[in-house]
Design a binder for this molecule. Structure first.
Ligand SMILES: *Cc1c(COP(=O)(O)O)cnc(C)c1O
Length: 394
């Protein structure tokens, strides 16, 4: 099929829920992508933070191929090795208790919400089920996680939504403690609000919330779906905030391109979800888990994480060094960065970058969001920076 045919069939047969960029992607290698017409791009998106080890990674391709030949799917009625290995790595590295595997970020957050509510129900009975989330957060697209998302624009059309959410201002401890009343069982937050605009929380706030939660037996859920698995220069971003969450959710980067998510629970609440309380047919699928094992073996090395941090700092410094009033700021940690620009001009910059062969994302109203594969090379980074310099300085 030609690119034109693909686009035509897409518009004819696929629901129009996405505003797609006008590119038909064909293949990739590392942080470089090629479209159906052979045009080359530096990929600063990694499929929204998913292809953490880049495109066509030989170790991932090898692990996935081998596992597909051996056993593609087993369901959770049986034991399988790849899932257990990935679980052991995540639990051991974090000092948490146990993990539940799901397929996506929204599904992981649904699991975390269920776990928090059951923990409270088991201990205190009915009526203690509110989950406080932050304004500008994003937690997913299911009916429940839409309501968990602290942005009014997501609370439309699909009524009735799941009850039991309250919203507090980010970086405002007094607002969190006011919203977390006697009915509260958990606080859920992202360390850097990704979709909300690459907005990092400040350390004092996060530590204040963690302390308040501990004192009141309120579970602290950290949504690491976007920030986790090495993205911010540590296995999980919360490590850099010096806190110990009760529940950590993950997805995007974990499978290196295949769908897998997880709900990691601290020892104190690891056994809340007993037999029959939760499930997922595909969750922890052997092929996805085999890929996750390669990702984890790679990103859990301190040298690798240090490189992520260094590459991020390099990009930040270079972009802030452009002689351009177009760049107002650069926010973020590791390889999760937001270049802050005039909201009116943002779409134009993104289009020009695409023209020059650089793919970027947006977030919030004013951020050009960069989530490159963690293995992006300095050569690829420099190619992207040169194009950006041209676009922002013109
Ligand atoms: C992307 C994202 C989600 C939703 O993940 P899906 O895999 O699309 O369901 C949830 N939380 C955060 C922080 C995200 O960035």
């Amino acid at each position: 099929m030609t690119a034109e045919e693909i686009k035509k069939k897409d518009s004819e047969y696929i629901m129009h829920t996405y505003g797609r960029f006008d590119i038909v992607l064909d293949h990739g290698k590392g942080a470089t992508l090629w479209d159906a017409d052979g045009k080359k791009y530096v990929d600063l998106t990694s499929g929204i933070g998913v292809n953490s080890l880049g495109h066509g990674n030989p170790a991932i391709v090898n692990a996935v191929t081998k596992q597909a030949e051996k056993l593609m799917h087993a369901s959770n009625l049986y034991y399988t090795e790849p899932m257990v290995s990935a679980a052991e790595k995540l639990v051991t590295a974090t000092g948490m208790g146990k993990i539940f595997f799901a397929n996506s970020g929204a599904e992981a957050n649904e699991g975390a919400i269920k776990l928090a509510r059951k923990y409270s129900f088991d201990k205190y009975g009915e009526g203690r089920n509110t989950i406080v989330t932050l304004i500008q957060s994003f937690h997913g697209r299911t009916v429940t996680t839409l309501k968990a998302t602290g942005q009014e624009k997501f609370h439309q059309y699909f009524f009735p939504f799941t009850e039991g959410f309250a919203y507090a201002k980010a970086n405002d401890l007094a607002d969190v403690t006011a919203k977390a009343d006697k009915t509260c069982c958990a606080v859920m937050m992202e360390m850097i609000q990704g979709e909300g605009g690459v907005l990092p929380l400040n350390k004092e706030f996060v530590q204040g919330v963690a302390k308040f939660c501990k004192e009141n037996d309120i579970l602290l859920i950290v949504d690491e779906v976007q920030t986790g698995i090495g993205r911010c220069g540590s296995l999980f971003a919360y490590e850099q905030y010096g806190i110990a969450p009760d529940i950590v959710t993950m997805a995007k980067g974990l499978g290196g391109g295949l769908p897998i998510g997880g709900v990691l629970a601290a020892k104190s609440c690891a056994d809340v979800m007993g037999p029959g309380t939760h499930g997922s047919t595909f969750g922890g699928n052997p092929v996805s888990a085999a890929s996750a094992n390669v990702v984890l073996d790679t990103v859990m090395k301190p040298e690798f994480l240090k490189e992520v941090e260094e590459k991020g700092a390099y990009i930040k410094e270079k972009v802030l060094g452009f002689h351009s009033p177009a760049v107002k700021n650069v926010r973020g940690m590791g390889l999760m960065l937001g270049i802050i620009v005039d909201p009116e001009k943002r779409a134009g910059y993104v289009a020009k970058l695409m023209e020059k062969g650089v793919l970027v994302l947006t977030a919030g109203t004013d951020a050009i969001r960069l989530l490159p594969p963690l293995v992006i090379t300095y050569e690829e980074i420099d190619q992207a920076l040169e194009a950006m310099k041209g676009v922002f300085e013109s």
